[in-house]
Design a protein around this ligand. Structure first.
Ligand SMILES: [Zn+2]
Length: 320
């Protein structure tokens, strides 16, 4: 009855990289019998945009919202493996060097903390590993480890956007995004879960809202004060653009009903990589790498492949 007990939705196109062979992916645990709320929330979370449900019903009870939000995160570790790395190891890659393998290691060594899911947004801190002895500061104290702030947006069981303060520029996700995503899948029941922030704000009266905004500005005044003042000025001008639009954006509320929901792929980086491979001429490895890249891009469900990438693919086929 439960989805989890059945075979994966798609065949595992992105097989576990050979360098990850000692680690094992965990399959979602069976959960039978399931409540009617859970069964329906699972199905709805996977197939219907949340905005569509909000349009249809004036009020969605909070327990229902929470279950839909809970089940909207990807459930299968194989998906994270597939969308975070190429399908096979490149010749010049060291075993274990893939972001997925590194992310798995970070997870298993307890480097992920402060994980919180607010609506369709997951955030957490991932500590960078370092080999002993730890570096020391000029004063003799041990240098604190670097912690990266990672966040992931998702919709209908697909990760649609990722950010990480490590600023890695790559086609696929960095190891910190992988670690956070795997952490959420393995610890789904213990990760803090809140409804979208706009829903929480709705519960506050005017006094509480004032307090909320002032505390928020006080805690982050260096970063947010210029933006806060600009927004305040705009809101106080009756004819400003912001006052012509009803409502306000909420980054935790999930995608709009008509938004595409595809797995996150940085297309600019794909184009860069294709250009770099093509510049290497017709060497065997460059063609092989290009084909590997194309098969990955094409395997991303619903991915919009740009004309430039398609052209490069045809060119590569002619060359090979
Ligand atoms: Zn990162």
């Amino acid at each position: 009855m439960a989805d989890d007990a059945q075979a994966p939705r798609r065949p595992p196109v992105g097989a576990l990289p050979p360098c990850c062979a000692p680690m094992c992916l965990r399959l979602p645990p069976p959960c039978n019998p399931d409540t009617l709320l859970n069964i329906t929330a699972k199905k709805v979370a996977e197939t219907i945009p949340f905005a569509r449900i909000e349009e249809k019903y004036d009020r969605i009870p909070e327990p229902v919202q929470r279950r839909i939000v809970f089940w909207s995160f990807p459930r299968n570790e194989r998906d994270i493996c597939m969308y975070s790395s190429l399908s096979r190891i490149q010749n010049n890659q060291e075993p274990g060097s893939l972001a997925f393998c590194k992310g798995m290691k970070l997870l298993e060594t307890g480097c992920v903390e402060q994980v919180l899911q607010v609506g369709f947004h997951l955030s957490g801190l991932v500590t960078a590993p370092r080999s002993p002895p730890p570096p020391t500061l000029p004063c003799g104290d041990i240098e604190p480890p670097t912690k990266f702030k990672v966040s992931v947006s998702f919709d209908r069981c697909k990760i649609t956007a990722v950010t990480c303060t490590c600023d890695t520029k790559d086609i696929f996700w960095c190891q910190h995004v992988v670690a956070l995503s795997l952490y959420r899948i393995r610890n789904a029941d213990s990760v803090g879960l809140r409804v979208p922030i706009s829903e929480t704000l709705l519960q506050m009266d005017r006094q509480q809202l004032q307090k909320f905004v002032q505390y928020l500005i006080a805690e982050h005044h260096t970063e947010v004060l210029p933006t806060a003042q600009r927004l305040a000025d705009e809101i106080l001008q009756q004819r400003s653009e912001i006052n012509q639009i009803a409502g306000a954006p909420d980054p935790t509320a999930g995608a709009a009903a008509d938004d595409a929901h595809t797995w996150h792929l940085d297309e600019t980086q794909v184009c860069e990589q294709v250009r770099s491979y093509l510049a290497q001429g017709t060497y065997y490895n460059a063609n092989k790498q290009l084909n590997s890249l194309f098969s990955k891009v094409c395997s991303i469900e619903g991915a919009t492949v740009s004309t430039e990438i398609k052209k490069a693919h045809w060119l590569n086929c002619d060359v090979t």
